[in-house]
Every structure is written in C-alpha cells, then in structure tokens.
Design a protein around this ligand. Structure first.
Ligand code: AMP
Length: 356
C-alpha cells in the first residue's frame, strides 16, 4: 500500500490551480468527466484499449485529453507523467477491478477516496465483519449445505456481476447446480425488493446530515437490471425451466431509476451512518461515494448484502440529478459531487484528507 505520507508529499508538489481529474474510459466516466468540467477542472480519459469515439457523441462529457495505453502495467510506467500533469484519479469499479486491487493499492498516483477500504471490501468475510459489527443486518450464511432448509443463493468468490450465482432450495438442488472447482459461499436468499442506495460521505464538509465527523449525503437510488433472472418469469416457473436446462443468472446489464417510500429514508441514513462510523475505527474511514446494496422485506426490514466503496454504475441514470440530489443542488450528479469535494479540499487545504 502506498503510504499516506508519500501521497501527501506528491500532493504538496501539485499546482492546485491546474489539477486534472482522470478516470478510465468506461463505467461512470461520462458523469465523472461531465461533473469535473462543470467544476472547472481539466479532464483526462485513460483508455486501456478502450475505443473513445463514443465521447464525440457527448461533448459535455468528453475529456479534454486522452491517454492511450495497451495495458494497466503500462499505466504504472506513466506514473511520473501523470504526477507532472497534477492528476487525481477517480477510481470507479471497472478501473480498480481491471487494474487489480493489489496493483491499484501501490500505484503512486493520488487517488480520490481511501484505498485502505479495498482490503475490507474485496474480502467477503472482512466485509461481513465490518458491516455486522456496525449493527447492519446481512443475509444469514449457511455453512453446511446439507442443512439448506430455505431458498439460498450460492455465490462464487470473485464472480463478476453475479455471473454463475445460482439459487437452490434444498441439498439436491445445491448439488445439481454446484461447479465443484470454484470457491463459494451459501447465503440465505432474502425475498423482497432491491434498493441500491447511493451515498456520499464527506469528512471535510460541515453543513448537512452530520456524523461524528463530516456529513453524509444521499444522492440517488437505483435497481439493477439483471439478465436473465429479471425476465425469466415470462417463460414459466424457474423449476420448470431448470428441467429444460435454463438456469437463472444475475448478470447486470443496466440500471433503473428508483425512489423509495419516504419512511424508509431514515432507515437508509441510519445504515449509512453506521457503516461510515465503523469504517473510521477499522481503516481510517470510507471517503466519498459508496453504495449500500440492500433488499427490503415485506416487514420493511432492510437487509444489506453488499457495500461498494466507490462510485457505482447505478448512479448513471442521474447525470442531471435525482429526486434526492436535487434537494442538495439542482442537477447534482455523483460525478460532479466528487469534483466539488476535490475543489473543497483545495480551498480548505485539506486535500490530503480525501486523497490517498
Ligand atoms: P452481488 O454480486 O452480491 O452484488 O449479487 C448479485 C445479485 O444477486 C444482486 O444484485 C441481487 O439481485 C442478488 N442477490 C445477492 N445477494 C442476495 C441475497 N442474499 N438474496 C437475494 N438476492 C441476492
């Protein structure tokens, strides 16, 4: 892990009037560039073999420059060049995943947020320890497959976007679905409606929903469109389909805007608050955007199955604001909020608190 001192020294050398906000050319890059431009930053698109013609179609979100590399390894060789350009990288899910958390952790280009969160997020057991110790309700883990007595979801470790997850309702079904070579864990299948709640935590802002330090903001919510589970019901029961060799999968293909009933909002804020407060002690705090991935039961219990500790693609429906972010500032996207936080860090001389 690159040390905080090292990053602070690099930041001290930056020309604060000429900061460049950079990110990888996919995932949530449109809103990150759009937001950074609106806040007056220079922007740089990092293309690791991605095509960039798409940006011509969206002038308000086209970065000022592109950096083309063939691999993430080559990007490491560009470290000095990026530092010379006063670059702050905004890591999104794809960027960290493709660079790999291990390499990203030691990359010496200043990055928005706290890199220490990666250890706690990538390891499902540590993530569970973090959330349950914060008093957050999570789906039960079934450690003995022979004891499956209710619908469960079998999750493979490192599965991308839910690919290969499967549902089982008893031990024979579990055995039938299991791919033996892969590591997995079994989780109670929580029946309810899914809410992906997008928060932003600022350690340096003082006005708003206050925590022991800084403020918590609710920016938006979405529901993921998942193929093929979301459409499967059209063909009959899952049982019947399994007999024909069709199995449900949870591959994310898009995002649908959503608004929760208002009485759920205090519950969501309580969860966000717990997650942030407990992150202070565990790893020095989660900073910036994060997403609580939850299921709301018919008892209106909120069960959290995962937390993503950076900007997620579910914020993309809200490039021009959401029902929640509009009440903070009309038209505010998560991408723009990140740029505002960097601006506030510069103004207050506190960049080192939000950049690691
Ligand atoms: P994940 O990779 O953990 O984000 O899960 C992928 C998808 O599986 C989610 O978006 C949900 O649709 C579904 N899912 C995950 N965990 C559960 C659970 N415990 N109960 C019901 N559905 C779940």
């Amino acid at each position: 892990m690159v040390s905080k001192d090292k990053i602070r020294r690099i930041l001290d050398s930056y020309d604060k009037k000429n900061i460049t906000i950079a990110t990888g050319c996919s995932h949530t890059s449109l809103q990150i560039f759009h937001g950074a431009k609106l806040e007056g930053f220079r922007t740089l698109g990092i293309s690791v073999q991605q095509k960039t013609k798409m940006y011509d179609a969206f002038p308000a979100a086209k970065p000022d420059d592109f950096l083309y590399v063939d691999s993430y390894a080559q990007l490491i060789d560009m470290t000095d060049y990026l530092i010379e350009q006063n670059v702050i990288v905004v890591p999104h899910g794809s960027f960290v995943e493709y660079m790999t958390p291990a390499i990203f952790e030691s990359w010496e280009v200043p990055s928005f947020g706290n890199r220490m969160v990666l250890d706690w997020e990538a390891d499902r057991e540590k993530e569970r320890e973090w959330l349950t110790s914060a008093g957050v309700k999570m789906p039960r883990i079934i450690s003995d497959a022979q004891k499956i007595d209710r619908p469960v979801l079998v999750k493979y470790h490192g599965a991308k976007g839910g690919r290969g997850f499967f549902i089982a309702k008893d031990y024979p079904e579990f055995k039938m679905g299991l791919e033996h070579a892969k590591k997995y864990h079994i989780q109670e299948y929580v029946l309810g409606t899914r809410y992906y709640v997008h928060f932003f935590y600022s350690p340096i802002k003082t006005e708003g929903y206050k925590l022991s330090k800084g403020v918590l903001e609710l920016l938006s919510m979405d529901r993921r469109d998942e193929s093929n589970i979301d459409e499967m019901y059209k063909l009959g029961s899952v049982e019947e389909l399994k007999r024909h060799g069709f199995f449900p999968t949870f591959v994310v293909t898009g995002n649908v805007p959503i608004v929760a009933r208002e009485s759920l909002l205090p519950k969501f804020f309580d969860l966000g608050e717990r997650i942030i407060e407990s992150s202070f002690n565990l790893f020095g705090g989660l900073i910036g955007p994060f997403c609580i991935e939850s299921i709301v039961t018919d008892q209106l219990d909120v069960v959290v199955f995962e937390v993503s500790a950076r900007i997620v693609a579910g914020t993309n429906p809200y490039i021009s604001g959401s029902s929640y972010s509009d009440l903070i500032q009309p038209g505010l996207s998560t991408g723009r909020r990140i740029a505002q936080e960097i601006k506030l860090g510069v103004e207050k001389g506190l960049l080192h608190e939000i950049i690691t």
